[in-house]
Design a protein around this ligand. Sequence first.
Ligand code: C2E
Ligand code: MG
Ligand code: MG
Length: 787
Amino acid sequence: MAMNKKSKRRLVAMQRILIAGILLFSVSLSVILMFRDRLSLLLVSNVQTELLDITRQNSMYVDRKIAGIFSSMEYVARDLAWSRDGTARRVRYLTEVNNFTRVGAVDIYGRGLEGPDIRMTDFPGIKLSLRGERKVVYTKRTAFDNLNAMVFSVPIQMQGFIMGSVYGILDVNALKTMFNFSAFDGNDESFIIDAEGRMFVQARKWELARYMDSYLAGWQQPDAAPELVRLYTKVRQNRYGVERITMPDSTQYYLACRPLSSVSDLYVLDVIPTYVVQERITGILNSVTFILGIMLLLLLGGYGYSEWRQLKSQERIYDLAYSDALTGLGNLEKYKLNMLELVRKNQLKALAVIVVNIRGMKAINDFMGYKFGNTVLQLVADKLKAGCREGESGYRGNSDMFYLMWRGCDRGELERRLRELLDGITEVYAHKEGSRLYLTAGVYIVRLEDFVSEEEKRKQEIASAVEGQLNINAMPVEYGGMALDVDESWPMDVAGNARLAGKQIVQQNCNAVSFFDEKVVKKMKQEKALEDGFQAAMQNGEFVVYFQPKYDVRGASPVLSGAEALVRWISPEHGFLPPYIFLPLFERDGNLETLDRHVFELVCRQLAAWRQEGRQLVPVSVNVSRRNIAQGRRFVDEMERTMAKYGIDKELIELEVLENDASVDEDTLITFLRAIKSSGFRIAMDDFGSGYSSLGLLYGMPIDCLKLDKGLFDGWQEDMPDSDTSLVRHIIQVAHETGRVVVAEGIEQKYQVELLRRFQCDYIQGYYFCKPIPADEFAEFMEKERL
Ligand code: C2E
Ligand code: MG
Ligand code: MG
């Protein structure tokens, strides 16, 4: 059951961790995805920048090259303006430095100054240069060599007067070497285009070149493809632009474009298929996602591990705080917690709180050692736990106090279950240890409705009355809905009632179950009143001594040989009270020693009075409670002072000490008895045979008399076999052998007297001869007996 709760708690915690984990996972995942998205955008723009960079490089190279070509040509043109000498050599020089396939010079009519005549219509660029501009024009299949070429031309002029033009023809393919082809793993293609979209310098891949050529035709026109329009607009505004275009066959490319600065209307265009970019980006994104994923997994793992550790340590703390280390049962804190939880849940109408106690646990610990005591506690705990059903639980309080929370409120059923459980424990223990272990159980049936506050009840009544009036669902008021008027101390109050019920058990040496009821409370209250009334009773002289005669049965007929002083409380309030009612109460708060001294004084005073009256006195035994043993010599001194006060001899007083029990250790008892003995008192050991003492104990005890407990004769019957009386016979024999006399107590029957006489018992005290009687009656009795 406890296990169930533990695993339930664990399950809840796991659920919590799982939910938090899922939450963490989804948050992190969306962050990663968002990041991936952003990164992808960043990468795209990065790629675009890179692309533009390549374009810039390319355009710079081309510009520089073109500028170089032009300046070399202008240099030659200037020379030619001054003199034609060496024209052929200079023109050759131009061919060498510029890789021209052909170089020439013409006058304004196209007549060859160097090289052949040309038709102006074939070379519109040259025609334009005659207007004073340097010019480069792309010409497909030039008139000379049928080459795709760039025709460079610069005017030959002097003092603003144009004399002709120097031209050079450059195979476009020569420019290709200037382009950076290593970018994007060689997937980048560079072109130079003019305003109409014609290609000056073609790409390496002629297929793409052809493709682009037709796509780009008229790219600056307003009716061109929208992405081309956009590209051109950007180029015009910023002197650069990048666009993603989709070709008719739906392949996609990035186009980056820049105008050349050395020649108007020429543009460097870089083309790269989007899949190249995409692959690259996806590659980066995948690695980044992978790393983030690993980090997320580590994070989740770390989170899960730390939560698990925390759960474990919480469980450990919980165990330490709420369970009993020895038995594994819940402790009192846990009991309180569960009781309050029960109230909070408000489902049960009634339950039983049971306090189970092991009889003689202290003696077990003292005589058998704590280790053994612990195994007893464990055994009992295990059995109690096993005796709990679904929804019930067991706890261990202090020492040998166990608490059970059981369902149900049927006394008969509860008693049957409890008896079965306790008897089961006794049986198992007997089987294991060969001796008897008994337990007591005090039961308090908690009817939770008793704890509903008056206010709450009133509210419910009003509510039900209103419902009744309006006739809406005139249902009975459900207890389940009512708030209970209990506080933190309630669980222990309730357990206190169960404990009280347990304390009421009077039967000895058996398992016993007792239910709390109002009578029990009343009795408790009475006991409390008695306890509280001690001082007043002492002052008012309410304690009186009765005397029970004791007979010497050794002779032919019994002879009165003494008496035992037995205290009685004659209370105006409570009536006549025998000692078993009040002595245990006084034992609890230390009044017993006071009472013993008081009784001793009353006896001495009585003896002195009888002597005064001239009566012949018999020895009187006075009971000394165990409480006095610890006082040792002090007690003896006080007794002696009292006797001296009344002039009573020690032969007239015998002290009765109870046989030892677990509360006094043997050495202390022997020291005490020696102190009494050495001051000359006779000592009787009372109630011998009722408890733990053994005959062996007799040898070391300085006692004169053994008082056999009534219990030894209780099982006797007339005409029983000898074997049934052999114990008593044996005790008497050993007592005599060790020089003690024997008194048999509680003798009521004639056959008992006869048997005891046969066994050579020395004295008999019992109702058979006389009950305890008041002092004046006893005085008369003495007179009578003496006659
Ligand atoms: P105890 O010292 O063993 O006293 C004998 C008890 O047995 C007395 O009970 C007596 O009335 C009872 N008794 C004697 N003969 C018979 C019999 O034939 N049948 C039955 N059923 N009972 C018999 P009582 O007077 O009720 O005292 C009970 C116990 O209280 C005493 O047992 C003694 O231990 C204790 N006690 C009595 N007076 C004092 C006292 O002044 N001081 C102390 N410390 N204890 C006292
Ligand atoms: Mg006695
Ligand atoms: Mg006795």
